[in-house]
Design a protein around this ligand. Sequence first.
Ligand SMILES: Cc1cc2nc3c(=O)[nH]c(=O)nc-3n(C[C@H](O)[C@H](O)[C@H](O)COP(=O)(O)OP(=O)(O)OC[C@H]3O[C@@H](n4cnc5c(N)ncnc54)[C@H](O)[C@@H]3O)c2cc1C
Length: 476
Amino acid sequence: MPEATYRRALCWIRRDLRLSDHTALAEAAAAAAEVIVAFVYDRPILDALADPDDRRLTFISRSLDELDSGLRSLGSHLVTLQGDPVDLIPRLAEHTGSEAVFASHDDDPYALERDTRVAGALAKDGRSFHSHKDCVVFERREVLSQTGAPFRVFTPYSRAWRALLTPEAVAERISDLARLARAPIPLPGWAYPGNLPLAEVGFRPADLWLEPGETAAHARLRTFATHGLTEYKDRRDFPGEEGTSGLSVHLRHGTVSVRECFRTALAVEGKGAAKWLDELVWREFYHMVLANFPHVVETTFREEYADIEWPGTDGHHDAWENGQTGYPFVDAAMRCFKATGWMHNRLRMVTAMFLTKDLLVDYRRGEAYFARTLLDFELASNNGGWQWSASTGVDAQPYFRVFNPVLQSRKFDPDGSFIKRWCPELEGYDANSVHWPSATGPLEQIAAGCVVGERYPHPIVDHDVQRARAIALFKA
Ligand SMILES: Cc1cc2nc3c(=O)[nH]c(=O)nc-3n(C[C@H](O)[C@H](O)[C@H](O)COP(=O)(O)OP(=O)(O)OC[C@H]3O[C@@H](n4cnc5c(N)ncnc54)[C@H](O)[C@@H]3O)c2cc1C
C-alpha cells in the first residue's frame, strides 16, 4: 500500500457511476488514507430539465442505489448532496476534514467552468482538486496531426489514435478499497448518508428499456461480446434487430468503463470487433472535437454554413417530433424515441437528415429535442451526430448526399417489421408497400385497413423537391 499523502479525501463521482476500473477512485485511494465517495445532485443541471419524469434521473438514481450497496458491502457508504457543487463540495471537504478532492474530467462547457470554480474555492482553504481522464482513452490534445493540430477528419484521427494505443492506455485502474471511509461517516444535516430518494430530488420513477447500474452494464457487455460482436458489422444497421451493444447509456453515465469496452473489442478477432472498436473511436473523436472546437455547441463547425437561414416551419418540426410526417420509417423512429428515450444509430441519421434536408429545419432544434429525450444524451456525440447529418460539422456528410428516407427504409427494415411495431395502423400493408403507403391505390389502402390521409398522414413534403431545395440552400 503506498504511503498516503492525505489523511482523508473525497472522490466526487459525476459521470462515472461505478466502483470498478475507476480512475478517480483509484487515484484517491492511492493518495489518501481514507476516501469518502460523494455524489451531488447538481441543481444547476437538474433545474434546467423541464420534465419530472425525465428517464435519466431514474437511471442515475438506480445506478447510485447499486453503488451505495456496493460501498456498504465494503463497510462504507455513499454520501449524496443536492445543490450547487461549487458551494457544496468545498463545504463537504471542510466538514469531513478532506484535504483533497478527486474527480474525473468532464469537458462539457458547463462542467469545465464548474470544476474550475470548485478547484478555486478548495484552493482558498488550502485543499487540492485533482481531475483525471476517465471517460475516454485519449482526450483533448493527446491525438494530434503531424503539424500538432487537432484533426478535422475522422480517418487520419483514427489512424493516429491507434498508433498511440498501448496496453497501459486501456489497462484496468484498480482501487485499494480497504481505504474507503468506514460507515457511518459523520455528516452535517445537509449531506445524506446513502442515495437521496428520487422524490426528494423532484423526479418521478420512469420505466426504462434497460437495467441501470454497473452489474447490468457488465452483463450487457459480456452478452454482447459473446453473442453480438462477431456479427456486429453485418447486423448493426437494422433497427428491427438487436445488432448493436446498447451500451451508450452505460458509457454516458460511466456504469461501464470505456477501457473495459476497448479491452473487450481488442480481445476478439475479426471484422465485427474491429468495426465496433471503430465506433468507440468515433465517440473519442467527437469528444476531441468538443474539447478543441467548443464553438460547435453554439454554431456550425464549418464557418461557411453559420449563416444559413433554415426556412423550415414549426408545423413541420412538430410533425417530425410526433411521428406524423407520412414517411413511415421516420415516423416509426420518432414514435419509438418518444416512447422509450432510445433511437438506433441508423434512425438517428435518417431522422436528423430528414429534419434538416427534407424539412429544412435548423439542426439545433432537432439537437435540442434529442438532448432532452435521449437516455444516452452526450453533448459531444449528439452535437457531432447532428452536425454530421446537417452537413455543417467536422468530417460531415457532404450536403449533396441526402438520404432518401424510403430507400433507407427498404434497405434497413426490409420486411417493415420495425415500422409496423411503431406505426400499427400500417400493419395491413405488405412488406413492399409499407415503406411508402401513399403510392398505393385507393382499393389497396382500403384492403390494408388504413387509408392515407385518414388513419395515417399524407407525406408532408415531396422528398425530391426538398432535396433540391436543400442543395440550393447550401450552394447559396
Ligand atoms: C443525430 C445523432 C445524435 C446522436 N446522439 C448521441 C448521443 O447523444 N449520445 C451517444 O452516445 N451517441 C449518440 N449518437 C451516436 C450513436 O447513434 C449512438 O452512440 C448509438 O446509437 C448507441 O447505440 P449502441 O450503444 O448500441 O452503439 P454500438 O453500435 O454498440 O456502438 C458502441 C458505442 O460506440 C459509440 N458510438 C457508436 N456510434 C457512434 C457515433 N456515430 N458517434 C459517437 N459515438 C458512437 C457509443 O458510445 C456506443 O455505445 C448520435 C448519432 C446521431 C446520428
